[in-house]
Design a protein around this ligand. Structure first.
Ligand code: SF4
Ligand code: SF4
Length: 667
């Protein structure tokens, strides 16, 4: 039994939860950061009941609120009345209904975990004999909002749709992958799917109570029709669309790969005509699992990075098996080339584990206030041989006290104290307690003033790293003489944020960064093409002590958080023409979502902007040709899909896991 009194094993036996879902639930109960409770990311439609408002509509804010909304997904059946070619759930379907009492127990558990929105899914949830009772029960135990995901067929019975609304159904997400019977019936493997699905959708709309939206799995059969699909359902009153890119799992990859998977470069003209629907007042588009480079000029449609938690929860046994025991994920191999998770999984998580077990992390970070979770975690952390240590603490005494036990003796130390801490008593002598410190980090105007120009001005051998926000950038720009006095020892670091709203609120825009660089501030974590000159790279490959679990392995949930904030970077497809392509990671995803790929401007060997770098569309034409002539792998190498160092490490990893590097998709 875990904190909430419920027998998770019994829920697994009853078929309510898969093993992975059970593990995710256990994590959710054990930790603030674990499992589905801390990250819920399907569309928030409560505010769209009236079709949205054209006045002052802040779609970013609505979407982010949705991401933070706490949802409780409940699989109601292991059966479906359609046979979609891309079904991700087919391996979980055995034709059975799940026991109503077990479902109620799990629904009630969600409320006890503080979840606000109940989502009934399947298989096909609506075929469960007690479906209406489950909706009523959801209301009874206090869910604010009850949503169902459905193919719509059952709701083609008007009475059923009305009864569902009366029971308390607030929202229905209807899966409609085409705007014609030919497309929908073919993709769902079900004659009549289109007619009944659309009828069900209309019946639900007619209740006047249920918010109805549409989800579309984008695949080879329908991508050319995407603009028409949106138009068709828009004309039927739909204002919210969830567009899911096909992924290499389930039946779609195993049985229908050649008829479902497609080259994204072929789809660009159709996609761009589809994405403009997002600009219509009251229309909400969500993209799912779509490689971010293909959203150039429509960056606000980049999926919220926190949706990664769902993806990792869904394969928890795989990822934890790899992180804790080095076991090859069972999806690993040719699927990786098609996988949206590649960046977070193969290209970063694998190298992270390699670095951990090889004691090769380049950066380590420790907060003096937090004890290691176990002796094993401490041993693994101290075994690293980093190039730099980042040490945080409340005050100088805490840092001075921690340094002698720190280990990593040859690495220089950067120190960050709490905002407003007193630096004046620090003894910076080389043989003193802070002798290893060569850099201090400040985050407020007050602290920057204190260490750069005030009474606590730091000695000359120290570099000051200023974590830039709008106020600090303005403060620095107003003080050219201070910048000059600190030339070579002043670094302006653009911090990363978990959420788009944080980036919007705090980050200086690209033009301000360029002005800072022009004024003499050495920028960090800013692409060189934005800074207009030399930059300091971000501290990639950083082992924060709190990433480690009791066994001294990387904790999956903490890793995903860390990945989003620290390693989720992207570049434009146009970057392939840049002389720095191989050594540049681009920009953190939330800064990109706010400022767009167009801020990135490919450079030549001398660091000058290329006058003929071409447009996004030009590049996709080049990539199409490359794919046609030389294959997908070659194309991926052109755009640097996998970091070169990651490729080498993955090959190493495969050897250790008993595969030959020749088996590697990228080797
Ligand atoms: S990238 Fe990771 S999640 Fe995706 S197929 Fe490969 S091993 Fe599986
Ligand atoms: S690779 Fe892209 S992001 Fe990096 S400097 Fe070149 S254009 Fe800018």
């Amino acid at each position: 039994m875990t904190e909430v009194e419920i027998d998770i094993e019994d829920l697994v036996r009853q078929g309510v939860l898969t093993r992975d879902e059970a593990r995710a639930l256990e994590h959710a109960q054990q930790s603030e950061t674990g499992g589905a409770a801390r990250m819920e990311a399907l569309p928030e439609t409560a505010g769209l009941r009236d079709g949205g408002s054209d006045d002052g509509e802040d779609k970013d804010a609505v979407k982010e609120a949705a991401v933070k909304h706490k949802r409780h997904w409940v699989r109601v059946t292991r059966v479906c009345n359609q046979r979609c070619t891309f079904c991700l759930d087919s391996m979980n379907q055995d034709g059975s209904m799940i026991d109503t009492n077990s479902l109620k127990a799990y629904i009630a558990l969600g409320r006890r975990l503080g979840r606000e929105r109940l989502i009934l899914s399947g298989g096909e949830a609506s075929v469960h004999p007690d479906y209406l009772e489950l909706i009523r029960y959801g209301k009874e135990v206090g869910y604010e909002w009850i949503q169902t995901v459905t193919n719509g067929m059952m709701f083609s019975y008007k009475k059923f749709a009305r009864k569902a609304a009366e029971a308390g159904l607030d929202e229905a997400t209807v899966s409609l992958h085409g705007h014609t019977a030919y497309l929908q019936d073919k993709l769902t493997g079900t004659p009549g799917a289109f007619v009944t699905g659309v009828k069900g959708m209309k019946n639900l709309q007619d209740t006047g109570r249920v918010v109805v939206n549409v989800d579309v799995v984008i695949n080879k059969q329908n991508y050319k029709h995407l603009p028409e699909i949106l138009e068709y359902y828009y004309n039927m009153g739909i204002r919210e669309f969830d567009l899911l890119h096909i992924i290499p799992f389930g039946r779609g990859f195993d049985e229908h790969r050649h008829s479902l998977f497609f080259d994204l470069n072929d789809a660009v003209p159709y996609f761009r005509r589809a994405w403009v629907w997002a600009n219509k007042p009251g229309v909400y588009l969500w993209t799912n699992r779509l490689p971010v480079q293909y959203l150039e000029d429509f960056e606000k449609l980049i999926q919220d990075p926190h949706k990664l938690f769902y993806e990792f929860d869904g394969g928890r046994h795989n990822f934890e098996g790899y992180l804790k025991r080095g076991l090859e994920p069972d999806c690993w191999g040719e699927r990786c080339d098609y996988c949206f998770l590649d960046g977070a999984c193969r290209s970063t998580m694998f190298p992270y584990r390699e670095a951990l077990i090889g004691s090769r992390f380049q950066h380590v970070r420790l907060d003096t206030r937090h004890a290691f979770v176990s002796p094993d975690a401490e041993r693994v952390f101290r075994a690293q041989r980093p190039e730099r240590v980042w040490l945080e603490g409340p005050d100088v005494d805490a840092i001075a006290g921690a340094l002698p036990q720190l280990g990593h003796d040859s690495a220089p130390v950067a120190v960050r104290l709490d905002d407003g801490a007193d630096w004046s008593q620090a003894n910076w002598a080389e043989d003193g307690p802070l002798g290893r410190v060569d850099r201090v980090v400040v985050r407020t105007v007050e602290d920057a003033a204190a260490v750069l120009v005030g009474k606590q001005r730091l000695p000359e051998h120290l570099t000051v790293e200023v974590r830039l926000d709008k106020a600090l950038a303005a403060w620095l720009l107003a003080r050219p003489s201070t910048i000059k006095a600190w030339q070579g020892r002043l670094v302006g670091c653009l911090p990363n944020h978990q959420f788009l709203s944080e980036s919007q609120e705090h980050d200086p825009p690209p033009a301000t960064l360029r002005r800072l660089a022009d004024a003499g501030v050495r920028l960090k974590n800013v692409p060189r093409c934005v800074a207009g000159g030399d930059v300091e790279p971000h501290d990639h490959e950083l082992l924060d002590a709190n990433l480690l679990d009791r066994g001294g392995d990387l904790d999956l949930d903490r890793y995903v958080h860390h990945y989003i904030e620290h390693e989720y970077y992207a570049k434009s497809l146009r970057c392939y023409r840049c002389a720095l392509q191989d050594n540049c990671r681009g920009s953190q995803v939330n800064y990109l979502r706010e400022h767009g790929f167009r801020m990135l401007r490919p450079l030549d060997q001398s660091g000058q902007e290329l006058p003929d770098a071409g447009s996004f569309e030009d590049i996709t034409e080049v990539l199409k040709e490359a794919t046609a002539k030389r294959g997908r792998r070659e194309r991926d190498q052109i755009i640097g899909k996998h970091r070169p160092d990651a490729r080498v490490r993955v090959a190493i990893d495969a050897t250790r896991l008993g595969k030959s590097p020749g088996d590697q998709p990228d080797a």
